[in-house]
Design a protein around this ligand. Sequence first.
Ligand code: GCO
Length: 446
Amino acid sequence: MDWKKDFIWGTATSSYQIEGAAFEDGKGLSVWDVFVREKGRIFEGHTGDVACDHYHRMKEDVALLAELGVGAYRFSVSWPRIMPHGTGSVNETGLKFYSDLIDELLKHHITPYVTLFHWDYPNELEMQGGWLNPSSPDWFAQYTAVVANAFGDRVKHYFTFNEPQIFTWLGYDRCTHAPGIKYPVGRILAMCRNIALAHGKSVQKLRELVPDCRVGYAPTCGNAYWPVEETELLAAKAKELQDSIGAEDWIHSSAFWNELFIKGRFHRQCPQLFGDDLPELSEGDRLLISQPLDFCGMNLYQGTSVCLSEAGELILGELPAGHGKTGMGWPITPKAMYWAVKNFYDTYQLPLFITENGMSALDVISLDGGVHDPCRIDYLERHLSELKRAVSDGAKVEGYFLWSFLDNFEWEKGYDDRFGIVYVDYETQRRVPKDSFYWYQNTIKS
Ligand code: GCO
């Protein structure tokens, strides 16, 4: 691998988390615009109404991306910004925002990677049952066609869904994310089937309208298990666990969604777990859902350790007291990067992009005017070296998108956690590149 010539270095963001302009220029409501107004849902009542005001500061932000020196930028399109009602009429001003963004990126030789769905679902469609509505796959295909027709001449890389395991699990089971409607498991499974059909129809539409496109999806790695000692026994156990789905957190597992999106089937454990609740997948469904993909994303932040106790029993998730953590309290587990990538590639042989990796920290602007984030640099260095190890062990990884370019709206945590390599002062909207920005700039160069 020629890390300089062939490897794609990028950063990632998403529409609701950075754009703001939530009610401007003809944009329709998303389920997040509604959810953030429900008392107690979001930290200190924060909303994405303004966020990083990227909608009005796009050129300044792209100039910063160009200074950073990335070859690619992963962003998402807000469905209700370009289709206010979710279906039917198109908002030309909304389309123009993304068209201008794409032109600005290309002017700076930055390749756009577009995520079609990063959770800001049109509220009017949610009112019609959302992903439970049997028409939802067609709604998504229609939206895909609008994006493909508008940008397909310049955008060749697409991710259909960002983290289907998160917006379903937190949106309709744990209810900490929009729309926060609690469904019984049977309904969630029916929703998963429609989401998978929507993914298949979207891939079909992209291939039809953008023949030279490359398509994938961006799951989180919900179950990244890593062996504390790299013995055969523990490595085998980590892989077995990564390929399994638990009874309680099946929906959070990457295995459930990779089997559905890549193989067009429910995971082998589903029949026992869900019995009659499990919807039928016809042969037609299978073929549609498992449309061949060009690559798969992986949003990787952390993993669960696998080790043996003194008595020789298997213990999960035991980390020594004082083990490193991020600002959100997530354990820092760089080996999860190696094992998640290696196990995924051994199982599916699909080229991978790390579509998100990074950490939240309680960053402040120091007295010297800089933002010093050595912990983030350490986190990134360790994860990138584990990624390099996985590549040298044969995994085909095409690129890496650091999460995130800007500090932004971290869903139910609001602005309390900062994931950016660029600090955002939300009072003034001033951008301050952190030390990690300059570290990443140098890493890309070298
Ligand atoms: C996710 C989402 C991002 C989050 C990031 C930090 O992976 O949950 O894609 O929108 O902000 O991961 O939690």
